[in-house]
Design a protein around this ligand. Sequence first.
Ligand code: PHE
Length: 481
Amino acid sequence: MTFYKTLLKHIRHWPANWHRTGPLALSHKLNPCRGLLTDGSAARPRITENSVEVFSHVYPRDDMTNVTDKILSKVGCQLHNRPHHPLWLIKERIKDHFYRSYIGRTGNPLFSVHDNLSPVVTVEQNFDSLLIPPEHPSRKKGDNYYLNRTHMLRAHTSAHQKELVRSGLDRFLLAGDVYRRDEIDSNHYPVFHQMEGVRLFSNHELFARVENGEELSLFESGGRRTPQKQETHTLEAVKLVEFDLKQALTRLMRHLFGEDLEIRWVDCYFPFTHPSFEMEVRFQGDWLEVLGCGVMEQELVCSAGAGNKMGWAFGLGLERLAMVLFGIPDIRLFWSEDERFLKQFRLSDIYQPVIFQPLSKYPPLFNDISFWLPAEGYTENDFYDLVRSIGGDLVEKVTLVDEFTHPNLLQSCLHTACTIKKESRLTLVLSLESTVTKRVSHCYRVTYRHMERTLTQEEVRIIHGAIEQAAEKELGAQGRY
Ligand code: PHE
């Protein structure tokens, strides 16, 4: 499995009975935030014909540019920094656990917390710094939001690992909004939040508690890479780091979910850690993946200027944890401005237990849209983005309900061709063959639902009509409406 699939899984694989959590309604009064700068001043991201402007920086557009106004309107919202927001609440519980569990000699917390780093990163930070090869599928334009060839909205908080290690930090937590192009439903939103943790060890730190540990070493030369370890690491060092990592994360999850939580470890692959693991927790009878982690690739640690140390890193999805912990049934609720939602998390103490009480649910309206795909360059995510840009959060879900490749078109055209003059036949057949053979049509079902009232078909028709028009104009689709 590619690491990016894993990344998606942070919010993807839901227990089969997830929807049984109860009826829900979403607020359409969505967060009106407009990309606040860290100093609080408004800086509305702008897309013009030639450039994209975010946080007062102008990025020239090029063939990789695919951010939309809708997505840029989320940049700077920083839900994880809004006091009493459920994502803030879970971040605070994690911070508090680390602050209290790792204390220095003078009572100082050992982990520093960074939650204000810009989500605009370089492609180098998001991929190259993490040893992700140039042709790796996770770089696909269809899966990421690029400002241009060199800059993008970070797809994971790991994008900052190298710079923070380079700045001299040995232990840190990092929370932030991350951006992924994806389908639309109650478990997927193109913006979500992650928390990253990194801990580095010097030789002394790792082996100090081991009897005769002074003789042990983090590194060996001439070693081989095996499923257990990297070539430069000793097996003793890896096993201790791996133990420390798993113990730290087990304690964190028990802290969040209680001592009875069942946990299991699954081997996996990330280009920037080896060995790598996913943690799964048992939730309502199913195993649910909650985080990815591993022993940091030494090449990364060395390139960040900490070559005499080795370490672990983990990344977890805050939405997923919050949904499980608080029983929040729909990921779009995190963007709600509805008091009925927000007030449930306004607690006097971050550890006060809270179970989300679902808001009453208004009925959905379904509208289908079918079109012929353009000959090339179409990805489903283009359509999902377009629907989201126009329909906003009134769109609850978009599903591909039918895919159809025209079987008879060529034949019927050939038939027509046979009825015309012999001389023109060949050219016509050849040109028809190249244009009509693989004509594919998609039919999508768009589910509309207002969070606070019953929608009428008349008002939905207007939005749906605008989507139909935009699919033709912007995606080059040919409507079958
Ligand atoms: N960045 C990975 C993801 O988003 C998670 C991860 C972080 C894995 C750190 C290993 C180490 O899926």
